[in-house]
Design a protein around this ligand. Sequence first.
Ligand SMILES: [Fe+2]
Length: 224
Amino acid sequence: MFQLDPVDRPGVLPMPRIDVDSIDWRAEHGVHSWSLDHVIRKGTPTVARMAADLINVRDRFRDLHPGLFDVCDVRVQRLMPGMFPSIPGWHCDDVPRNGYHSQPDLGAARNGVGHVVGTLSSSGEGVSRTEFVAEEMASFRPITDEPVWRQLHRHVEEGEPATWRAPDGWWVPITWRTPHRATPAVRRGFRIFFRMSMRPRPAHDEPQDRTVEQVYLLTEENGW
Ligand SMILES: [Fe+2]
């Protein structure tokens, strides 16, 4: 696998210049299923600033997909080397499931619907970059009864497609066909992960912040 320069990736947009040394990291909180407008109004300073930068992207999405709603999820984490801020195996985001414990149903996903994701962290070189497969994987279909993402993980590992790791400070557009995975933190630090998705159901704009975050460790039993 090799890495591409993110500046050359189609659709990848720079975030506004934010001086990460000036961020009060302990004052930043994540959110769970908030609309972009709600994040701008009620989010913590840096999170709200990141959200404000996405207004044009959201408006363009809405024009292209009338009837869909912007829903934001933000994680703020303090990481130690080796911790994964998210799922360490190859997977896609937001593929519909019939129930909480059901497997993702690739046949039920809507074409064209996507997300924009981006990170900032307390180190200029990044704390943990998200790794993306460089092209959408349209050909993958689960063929056994094993968990869908385990099969996708193997499919990607065996196919060895081009991948790239997004540096902080860039908005990356992805769809439900863009496999990605977290990479382990390479240094100690704080990290904000911001994702805006377009979904058929509106955000619920709960008043409380999401303040408890989990991290992931690679172990034998977690299935990847
Ligand atoms: Fe993901």
